[in-house]
Design a protein around this ligand. Structure first.
Ligand SMILES: [Zn+2]
Length: 174
């Protein structure tokens, strides 16, 4: 009986983690985009690669990012590094707000794309977790002009989103 139950649970988990029916979507608030700029501003000005994390909620397919948190990081013109302790602080910030760490945002000196290092070095990977790469050290913020936006899916890894899969929610609708 127990074995049957366990097998059933295992099967449910497999079904739950299988590819979603619709393509993944990312919703960003305008407030969040401005917060990203504020978090990255020191690196934008120094022309260093920058990193910030977004807090929000995801059901694995639709991810909503509400706010941004600036981690303590070592940055250069061509790299960034977030230590485990700094990462733990980001996770604690999310937990305090009853939110999840739903995305990372980092900048590149020129064009935006997920490099091999970005794929392998992502500290967090789970269904619905987004990764936003901004070109030109993020200087176009709060615009996402020429950004590359990905969402992690168990079956495929980081999937590149098209513009239609990204919604920017205005601060107010009149
Ligand atoms: Zn990168």
């Amino acid at each position: 009986m127990m074995k049957w139950l366990l097998q059933g649970l295992k099967r449910q988990r497999i079904l739950a983690s299988s590819a979603p029916q619709t393509s993944p979507k990312l919703i960003l608030t305008e407030v969040c985009l401005r917060a990203i700029r504020q978090c990255l501003l020191p690196e934008i000005e120094r022309k260093h690669e920058g990193i910030t994390y977004l807090l929000g909620r995801t059901n694995g397919c639709i991810t909503i990012a509400a706010t941004a948190v600036r981690p303590e990081a070592q940055t250069t013109s061509g790299s960034f590094e977030v230590a485990s302790l700094a990462m733990a602080r980001v996770v604690r910030c999310a937990a305090k707000l009853n939110l999840q760490v739903v995305a990372q945002v980092h900048t590149h000196p020129t064009i935006a794309f997920h490099s091999k290092g970005d794929e392998e070095g992502a500290r967090i990977k789970y269904n619905g977790y987004a990764s936003i790469v901004l070109p030109d050290y993020g200087q176009h913020l709060p615009s996402l002009k020429d950004a590359a936006v990905y969402i992690f899916q168990d079956a495929q890894g980081f999937v590149l989103l098209s513009l239609g899969d990204i919604t920017i929610a205005p601060e107010i609708v009149l």
